[in-house]
Design a protein around this ligand. Structure first.
Ligand SMILES: [Zn+2]
Ligand SMILES: [Zn+2]
Length: 247
């Protein structure tokens, strides 16, 4: 059994008072965090999830609402938890440089500290499956701000396959990338496509394309203001902060 805990389900701006993107997966083989927004530390604490349980953080792309929480999570692991076991941080090409630069920009540099645990960085180039801590991960490129190196993820936790869109606008290859997953967690920032960025999905688009997805269960996250208000009214399940699923 794999437990999926939605730590944060808002768009970049905390719509509806929700926290930014993060999903905690507790698989039989171990636990990982998928994305770690600036508000994820509060989310983990609020939900009673121990940082020390996290074996790996997998990052979809380098926007602040998806990886901005990593520097302070690392410092909390060091100073609050006195962590001993290694922590893996996996993500798109350039992950180590991005995390180090982010930490330095926040005046929380990772250099010149007596780390009690190893931080292992790992790059996940699109299309190549790799072991990441307790799971296997395959990433795929998405249609989103190119400078954020955007990727979606397909995560195998033993018998379960969980797909995550990361941030993306519509592209025709998306259904094929996530086909066969028991759970597809997809971003749905907007209610309609009109007058909105091409780099995010809308509820309108997902309703129109729903028949293309061969996935057991589809759950919407990364909800903007209008979607946050419409939860429970959509043609899909919508996630809420703290929602737990068992697969
Ligand atoms: Zn985002
Ligand atoms: Zn983004």
């Amino acid at each position: 059994m794999t437990e999926v805990v939605f730590v944060g389900t808002s768009d970049a701006f905390g719509a509806g008072g929700r926290r930014q993107s993060a999903i905690f997966l507790r698989a039989p083989s171990g636990a990982l965090l998928v994305d770690c927004g600036a508000t994820t530390g509060s989310g983990l604490a609020g939900l009673g999830i121990e940082r020390d349980e996290i074996e790996a953080i997998v990052v979809s792309h380098f926007h602040g609402d998806h990886f901005g929480g990593i520097p302070l999570l690392l410092l909390a692991a060091l100073y609050e938890d006195r962590r001993r076991r290694p922590l893996r941080i996996a993500g798109p090409p350039g992950t180590e440089a991005r995390v180090r630069a982010l930490a330095a920009a926040m005046s929380h540099s990772l250099e010149d500290r007596e780390w009690t645990f190893a931080i292992d960085f790992q790059e996940l180039p699109a299309g190549r499956e790799a072991a990441v801590g307790p799971v296997r991960v395959r990433s795929f490129e998405t249609h989103h701000s190119p400078d954020s190196v955007p990727h979606g993820l397909v995560i195998e936790t033993g018998a379960q396959r969980i797909a995550y869109s990361g941030d993306t606008g519509w592209f025709d290859g998306l259904p094929g990338q996530v086909a066969g997953s028991q759970l597809f967690v997809t971003e749905c920032t907007y209610r309609t496509t009109q007058n909105n960025f091409d780099f995010h999905l809308s509820h309108e688009q997902l309703v129109e394309k729903k028949h293309l997805f061969d996935c057991g269960r589809i759950v919407l996250t990364h909800l903007g203001a209008e979607m946050s208000d419409r939860r429970g009214l959509a043609d899909f399940e919508t996630a809420d902060d703290g929602m737990r699923l068992r697969l």
